[in-house]
Design a protein around this ligand. Structure first.
Ligand SMILES: [Mn+2]
Length: 316
């Protein structure tokens, strides 16, 4: 699904003096890259406007564009424009005060779920929200400062798996080239992205040892609540952070990482070849065609999902 308020979006950006930029909670490189990138674009092109970035802590992605969130009072939302980046559903937005803004605009590249902002630009063919923001900036005829380009490029690199996922297109490289022309030090980005503490390397190795295969070759890891408590790592680190320990196994096209929490079992689904989004949606989740997530109530339900994924291998 594709939805476009291209002209009305730039009109809104031009009209409002206060713009507050939101993104999804527990931000990844794309959420941070698009948020900080858009902030620098707007500050550079509209120096008289007040531009704020809000949300929870950026964690390991706080290096992206400085990554410091603004603390703002509720009053700031009066008569303001809120821009929401990189999420398909309202519950994913970090800081729900966006609802207090006079006008809301969402820019996203996830599978379309529903309309929940006044204006929206959703392009599911974009490899990243940051790449989509970059191409909008270009099409709107705005200037692209190198500080913004660096943040946006970081979002493109992370969400495309270093230009490796099949969401990467000619358009991706065209946008990357446009950003690169502004002249920034990309090696700094890679140094931040692709280095880990020894403890993290060891943790990943322990997850590699936990990999199991179903009868028809679906890779999976199951982490119980008890194990979680002994790991001394965040849910995010385990659930999203460990799913791709299964990404490079020859013959394994689809894999899932189950993580028990107090609220249920988190399921992170990935595939090289199949639509795992349909299965995530069946279990109340969502995301992308080949990378989706869901939260189910119990281990039994998680195992049903695993059976569905296993069944999908036969139907291929
Ligand atoms: Mn994204």
């Amino acid at each position: 699904m594709y939805s476009q308020d291209f002209d009305r979006a730039i009109e809104a950006i031009e009209r409002y003096d206060t713009i507050i930029i939101h993104r999804h909670s527990s931000p990844d490189g794309d959420a941070m890259g698009s948020q900080m990138g858009l902030k620098y674009v707007l500050e550079d092109n509209f120096p008289s406007k007040k531009v704020y970035v809000v949300g929870d802590s950026a964690g390991r992605y706080s290096f992206v564009g400085g990554g410091v969130m603004d603390e703002i009072s509720d009053e700031v939302y009066q008569g303001a424009l809120a821009i929401l980046l990189d999420m398909s559903e309202p519950f994913l937005v970090s800081d729900e005060r966006y609802k207090m803004a006079e006008c809301t605009l969402r820019i996203d590249h996830h599978q379309y779920v529903k309309k929940f902002t006044d204006l929206e630009i959703v392009d599911t063919s974009a490899e990243s929200c940051a790449g989509l923001v970059a191409s909008l900036v270009k099409q709107w005829g705005l200037k692209m400062p190198s500080e913004a380009a660096k943040a946006l490029y970081t979002g493109m690199v992370t969400d495309s798996g270093r230009f490796r996922y099949d969401s990467t297109t000619a358009k991706t490289f065209e946008t990357a080239s446009y950003l690169f022309e502004t002249g920034f030090d990309a090696s700094e980005i890679y140094l931040n992205l692709y280095s880990d503490d020894l403890e993290m390397i060891k943790l990943r190795a322990s997850f590699v040892m936990k990999i199991r295969l179903t009868e028809h070759g679906v890779g999976y890891i199951y982490t119980t609540l008890e194990e979680m408590k002994s790991l001394n790592a965040s849910t995010f680190t385990i659930s999203r952070g460990m799913v791709n320990t299964m990404a490079e196994i020859k013959g394994v096209n689809t894999w899932v990482n189950f993580t028990e929490t107090e609220e249920g079992v988190l399921c992170e689904l990935r595939s090289k070849t199949q639509n795992v989004n349909a299965i995530a949606v069946k279990y109340g989740g969502g995301g992308h065609v080949k990378a989706s997530g869901a939260k189910v109530a119990s281990r039994e339900e998680a195992m049903k999902m695993l059976q569905d994924l296993d069944q999908m291998q036969i139907e291929e």
